[in-house]
Write a new protein. Structure first.
Length: 263
């Protein structure tokens, strides 16, 4: 299937590892030019070199922290100055800390808002003028299965990723006549450092082994295994494509069947 991504320019944030890296590589493999950023330079440059070696794509890597206003500006301006446009925006960021309500003061809430909600809003604000002018664009927000079925112990993520979902769903209607789609991707339990960190935190809180926590989670998934980042990235590439031009305002889970709701 030709996804029509050749010569499209994508910006993927938090792309040095995990889901962001997998998305950047999948888009590059489909012919897109990719700008990728993250906070850690060493891992980011290594990821870029590996993607270029595997795909031969034009990949631009630069350090930017999208939880900060300056980082958001750098993320978009670096790609726009180099390539002149951004056709595909993938908003992605590390998840907020785990813990129940009482463990987070307002400063922690504010940091989570800046990381998760403000980054999605302001990155979108920066790319929209060009997308409107060209009457083509794809905005993809990496959120979480927690927006459809809250995960115990993830107060910040459950609350703030739900806000991103409301933002994206409303924006999708506003942009539908401009050739711009807006969708959310909901990763389930996937083999990433984020899941390993959460498992370790839960194991410590419960006084059990990390292996016991991991086994319990896998038992909750109908497929009885964690997802792989490349499986998640495949959906991102499709939603970014020409073939997905009539899909907008959706929140689609890649979770092995973990979510139990009908919709």
């Amino acid at each position: 299937m030709d996804l029509g991504l050749t010569n499209k320019v994508a910006l993927v944030t938090a792309a040095s590892k995990g889901l962001g890296r997998a998305i950047a590589e999948e888009l590059a493999a489909e012919g897109a030019t990719v700008g990728m950023c993250a906070r850690g330079e060493t891992a980011l440059l290594a990821a870029r070199d590996e993607i270029v070696a595997r795909t031969g794509a034009d990949v631009h890597a630069f350090v930017a922290d999208v939880s900060q206003r300056e980082g958001i500006q750098r993320a978009t301006s670096s790609v726009l100055e180099r390539y002149g446009r951004i056709d595909i925006l993938v908003t992605n960021a590390g998840g907020p800390p785990a813990g129940p309500f009482e463990s987070h003061d307002w400063d922690e809430w504010q940091r989570a808002v800046d990381l998760t909600l403000r980054s999605a809003v302001e990155l979108t604000r920066a790319v929209l003028p060009g997308m409107r002018e060209r009457r083509w664009g794809r905005i993809l927000n990496v959120t979480s299965i927690a927006v459809k079925q809250p995960v115990d112990g993830l107060m910040l993520s459950n609350a703030i990723r739900a806000a991103v979902t409301g933002f994206a769903r409303t924006l999708a209607n506003e942009l539908a006549t401009h050739g711009i789609t807006v969708n959310n991707l909901l990763p389930g339990y996937t083999r990433t450092e984020r899941v390993e960190t959460l498992n370790a935190a839960n194991a410590k809180r419960e006084g059990v082994s990390v292996e016991a926590v991991a086994s319990r989670i896998e038992a909750q998934i109908p497929m009885r295994r964690l997802g792989e980042p490349r499986e998640f990235a495949a959906l991102a590439a499709f939603l970014a494509s020409e073939r997905a031009s009539y899909i907008t305002g959706q929140s689609i889970a890649v979770d092995g069947g973990w979510i139990r709701s009908l919709l």
